[in-house]
Ligand binder design. Sequence first.
Ligand code: FES
Length: 633
Amino acid sequence: MDLAEQHVHFQPFGRKTEAKKGKTLLQLANDAGVSIESICGSAGKCGKCKVVVRSGAFALSAPNESELKILGDSARVSNVRLACQATIRTPSRIVIEVPEESRRGHHRLLAAGVEPKRVLKPAMKKVLLKIPPATLKDLRADDDRLLDALGKQASARASIHPGVHAHIPGAMREKGWVATVTLYRGREVIKVEPGDTTNDSFGVAADIGTTKVVAYLIDLRSGETVATESMPNPQIPFGEDLMSRISYTVREKDGAQKLQAVIVEGLNSLISRLCEQKGVEHESILEVIVVGNTAMHHLFFGIPAQHVAAAPYAPAVRTSLTTSPEHVGMRMYRFGKVSSLPNIAGFVGADAVADLVSSGLYNDKKIGMMIDIGTNTEIIAGNEKRLLSCSCASGPAFEGAHIRFGMRAATGAIERVWIDPVTKDVRLRTVDDAPPRGICGSGIVDAISELSRAGLLDASGRLVDTRDMKDVRKAKAGGLEFVVARSKDTGMGEDITIGQHDIQEIQLAKAAIFTGVSILMAKLNVGCSNIARVYAAGAFGTYVDAASAINIGMYPDVPVERIRFIGNAAGSGARMALKSTDARDLAESLSRKVEYVELAAEPGFQNEFAQAMFLPHRDLSRFPNHGKAKPRQ
Ligand code: FES
């Protein structure tokens, strides 16, 4: 076959790319610049990457077990495939149609977060030096000459990184004995460049979440965040949650190395994108600082994480780490540094410390609570005197996983739902006001809250057949379902519904969170009314309606005005640490101060969890204002 014919064509985009043997359709779609939804990170579990093979089906691998399980007969009869599973067997001309519901659209990325002002004091600092030239009257060696100039002109007493010596003679002489020295923490010379390069000084702060990785490019001279990039965590195919990833490292030979390799590669590709966006060289990245929960942290640094997953849940490392790029495999300036904030204990890691640093909860006089919702949710409660922390396995349901029409907050995702309690009329809002394609976390929380306020959902989470509500109907799979959007409006040829299974997934997630809230409150001997401030962190925490979150029993029952949205607080804390060694020192002392509560070891855990499965809770005295607060319009 003519080589020009060995392409995969993606319709209706009119894009094509070479049909490379062994590559998945999803990888090729990426190569062709076509964005296909992939909530499970190519694990073949979410079923969101469906495509239709219009021609050339013979050239693809046969449907595998995951595809048959998710797609049933449509894999064979209608040539529907999972793009992340179908691979090219024989390079040929293949035509793929990407249906509306599988197109990713524009993802809403929450990168911003509250970032209290701090004096700019990065660990990496560039100093311009005029160095006395070597003469027959001044026979000092180059390193002595450099360090003397550094002492006199910058009051710094430093040593030189051994790898830098080779560059010093050339760098000092090339621009007439004017050179720029990069100092790490004022005590180690890690770079010497000819001339004045003081305006070329960058660092990257990265928040490695279980589900998403966000990286920020920071200009270390101004402290400004100049670019932001994100991606799904490339470890997802090895397990959606922390436990399954950790068990992969134990079960599989080289499992830990594989998980480390994919996350390092993922972060490297984000750094490349950041550099490309701003025309910055990799060489200019002097430091990378990462935060993540303890498991993400350990897996990134190649440290065994299995002990965090089993009693007595001891992590291998608490203190902050600093290592070389080579040790981890980062593509950046070779003698730069790769650092992390410290962990606390259990799964409460450097991301929670970063949350704490940026939220300011550690300074509060009254009791406050910081909740950072993710696949793993971290909670810290207390005040300037005492702080308690815990970690909850809330799962990826709020990211749209395990929800039939679930999707991330991208174009067309239903993000707000209102139901008139009297007329039962339903109103929606979608991301970018596009026709509905699915429902994201904030939308489903709203829907459950509104169904409950309208009397269409009972406290156990069962939809109620009131017969006067046309949008609650019998589901094909049995039970009832709520029709959020009709097919005539979705343009997908089918209704978007929320079924009993979806409601139960959200109940499990919110019960995991409230159990943590509840146990920390009990340990501090306080009730909801004592909580003066709830800091809602993370993308989901920011977009979810506070009244709806209280109404389903996820947040504690406090007046909504006490809830403060602080955005991607872990990212903010990481950026602060990159820009200020004072923020790092604060993080180190906070990580020692915060007490850790292991929920699984708490005697009342199971009972708390079972009670929190109710909407809002089995014990209604904990939610005296249930249903009173109205969702934002
Ligand atoms: S990305 Fe293909 S099934 Fe999830």
